[in-house]
Design a protein around this ligand. Structure first.
Ligand code: FAQ
Length: 312
């Protein structure tokens, strides 16, 4: 007789999606809650660096596009929190963990947006890296997560294009504008590579997550794919990727690239990046200031329920 674990793994191997009411190993459930909630938190905190430029966008068209993008990120966070709830997670608890600094979110959002070109670089590189990772998640083994990712990826691809278009405009602008685009690329390149997580040798979760098809590719595989695509995009912009070791390797058919500063990565993950404290402070402020909205919404919902009960 096969064990429940064996039946579960056979379903995964046969590409049958796991749905909320299906039996699943406790560790599979916990891994998904961890990853999906970290992902949701990243979308929510990720609104802050770009939100910083909403009032300073250079024209109305740029402002409308950026507003739409930042709003999309909020929506992504909400789909993802809902997906985590299907696994039994409590949304309030997830929010508390983010606000207290206990929960992780992507390292990338702890870097500052110093100039308008940073908005271009985020769209191009950060959304570009996010898509690279999220396209594989459209085929992740847990049904609600996979379905949420399909819509998220469509929106992310608009985000990536709006960012690249900003970079293209700046790169073809005045020498000062081109320099601004280059400076943004210099500052965002390495943190974007770090977004994919530690190297496969150091990654604690990848092997099991790949076996369960939560992840379809490893951190290093995705990072390499991202480098290969980005080099050509940078060439088209006539900008230089800040890596003297970047070189096409005929044998592997990939670009070789220089070493990543993992000390910097872990320092940011542990809360010591340039903006970690500011990000948590801003999220806490937004949460506190939104208390009356949540209370009003709950009071309205209770009133509606009471009306329905009376009518029944
Ligand atoms: N930052 O064993 P692994 C976006 C942690 S969304 C912070 O390799 P795993 C959209 C990891 O949690 C961007 N921590 O872990 C947007 C683990 O710690 P734990 C977010 C990181 O889970 C754009 C430990 O290191 N995307 O950008 C990071 O198998 C623009 C060991 O790592 C997702 O979340 C990091 N970069 O692989 C929004 C996608 N990397 O939990 C606004 C879904 C690793 O054991 C504006 N997530 N860690 O204590 C994933 O695919 C995976 O979770 C990885 C990490 C690939 C991020």
């Amino acid at each position: 007789m096969r064990t429940q674990e064996e039946i579960f793994q056979a379903k995964i191997d046969a590409e049958i999606k796991i749905e909320p009411k299906d039996w699943m190993p406790e560790k599979y459930r916990k891994t998904l809650i961890r990853q999906i909630s970290q992902h949701a938190h990243s979308e929510i905190v990720g609104m802050l660096p770009e939100g910083n430029w909403l009032t300073r966008a250079p024209n109305l068209r740029r402002k409308v596009a950026l507003l739409a993008k930042v709003q999309d990120e909020a929506g992504h966070g909400l789909y993802l929190y809902s997906a985590a709830e299907t696994l039994g997670a409590e949304r309030d608890q997830l929010t508390r963990d983010l606000l207290s600094g206990k929960a992780k979110y992507s390292s990338i959002f702890n870097y500052p947006t110093l100039t308008w070109a940073d908005i271009g670089a985020i769209g191009w590189l950060v959304d570009g890296a996010a898509i690279m990772n999220q396209v594989m998640l459209c085929r992740t083994s847990y049904g609600p997560y996979a379905r949420a990712m399909v819509r998220i990826c469509k929106e992310e691809s608009f985000h990536q294009r709006q960012g690249y278009e900003i970079m293209l405009t700046l790169a073809n602008g005045t020498p000062e504008q081109k320099e601004m685009a280059q400076d943004a690329l210099n500052r965002w390149w390495w943190p974007s590579l770090m977004m994919f997580g530690p190297s496969d040798k150091e990654s604690t979760n990848t092997a099991q997550s790949v076996k369960w098809k939560i992840k379809r590719k490893t951190n290093d595989e995705l990072r390499q794919q991202f480098v290969d695509i980005s080099v050509e995009q940078a060439e088209f912009l006539d900008l230089k990727i800040p890596d003297p070791q970047l070189k096409w390797n005929k044998k592997t058919n990939h670009y070789d690239f220089g070493p990543i500063d993992w000390d910097e990565f872990w320092s940011v993950v542990k809360g010591n990046g340039p903006c970690n404290k500011q990000r948590l402070k801003d999220r806490n402020k937004a949460y506190d200031e939104g208390t009356w909205v949540r209370e009003a919404a709950m009071a309205y919902a209770e009133k509606q329920d009471a009306k329905k009960e009376k009518a029944a």
